[in-house]
Design a protein. Sequence first.
Length: 109
Amino acid sequence: MYRLKEHLHRRLFREDLRAKARKDAERIALYLKETYQVEVYGIGSAFETNRPFSTSSDIDLVVKGLPKERYFHILDEVATLTTFRVDLIPYEDANDAIIQETRDVGTKL
């Protein structure tokens, strides 16, 4: 039973993938800050070690000051910087739960 739990934990909490996602998120944040002069915060499983992170996980980035008219273009740009799916969430359009999560546990990048 212990080995089964250990196996499931390793499959659900892929720390190697989480580390790669964090590194990619930092690279994406740097690109966004330098190119669009925005603030970037990481939320979700890539940034919270108590949450599972696996091959199906994505990178959730909350971005303050993201130009709305260029959203899809920017999303295409950042997709080339990682192998993970990226969810760019404009802070100004985020719901209350996302804003609260960003304030409470978000990682400023």
